[in-house]
Design a protein around this ligand. Structure first.
Ligand code: ZN
Ligand code: FE
Length: 255
């Protein structure tokens, strides 16, 4: 039986995710931007909390951990490489590592770039990858710690997952990401169609996260550094893909 995954809006534009095994009643959380919204979602359903998975050390992904642990006794998993700046970990995981969660295998991927030590959790049995501020809906995280080369390598590994994978990213930035994306990839009809869908979803108050990896491959400019139309538009036909990515990221920073 596939796991149930619920998108939880937190703070002003963050997302956390509840993962539930309906058979066993076990529940996990990906990222803890705040305790309040998460406790409210759990109590509304009468659920406990067994695990908290952390993607990276930024406050808007870890601030709720202590209170949630105190209330529910949840165990915490996060990157061994970042243990010194994450809340205390019960399970320290590394790139390429696997662990069992709610009866399913989780694969750990290093996706450094936004921070060095940022990880993603890939659940092949549920067609889900939790990417937080690495690969985002129509965007990618700002490079606070890592190099463009590092982020390009991280995005390339995520892009190689099965295209039917759903991407659970950490923020509702999709509409503003779209406003930039058309300036990098103006001749892409799939991007223009997606921007219309995003506007309709946001008008209706619907989350644009998760998104289908295939849709990201077709429309997310940060995954399209190898695309000939994008390269021609930027006048970078002869550049390395990582250089094209770096240029797109720089333009977004200044957008
Ligand atoms: Zn962050
Ligand atoms: Fe964030």
């Amino acid at each position: 039986m596939p796991l149930e995954i619920i998108t939880l809006p937190c703070l002003s534009d963050n997302y956390a995710f509840l993962i539930r095994n309906p058979a066993s009643g076990e529940t996990a959380l990906v990222d803890a931007p705040e305790a309040g919204a998460i406790k409210a979602a759990l109590s509304a359903r009468g659920w406990g909390l067994d695990w908290i998975l952390l993607t990276h050390h930024h406050w808007d992904h870890v601030d709720g951990v202590a209170e949630l642990q105190e209330t529910y006794g949840a165990k915490v998993a996060g990157a061994a490489a970042d243990a010194h700046r994450l809340p205390p970990l019960d399970l320290a995981v590394e790139d390429g590592g696997q662990f069992a969660l709610l009866g399913e295998q989780v694969q750990v991927m290093d996706v450094s770039g936004h921070t060095v030590g940022h990880i993603a959790f890939y659940l092949p049995g549920s067609n889900a990858v939790f990417t937080a501020d690495s690969l985002m809906a129509l965007g990618c995280g700002r490079l606070f710690e890592g190099s463009p080369q590092q982020m390009w390598a991280s995005l390339s590994r995520l892009a190689a997952l099965p295209p039917h994978t759903m991407v659970y990213s950490g923020h509702e930035y999709t509409q503003s990401n779209g406003a930039f994306a058309v300036t990098a990839d103006p001749g892409n009809p799939a991007l223009q169609a997606r921007i219309r869908d995003i506007a309709a979803a946001r008008t209706a108050g619907v989350a644009t996260v998760p998104s289908l990896l295939q849709l990201e491959l077709d429309t997310n400019p940060f995954l399209r550094a190898g695309d000939s139309a994008v390269r021609a538009h930027l006048g970078m036909e002869a550049a390395e893909d990582a250089e094209v990515f770096a240029e797109i990221r720089k333009r977004k920073d200044n957008f």
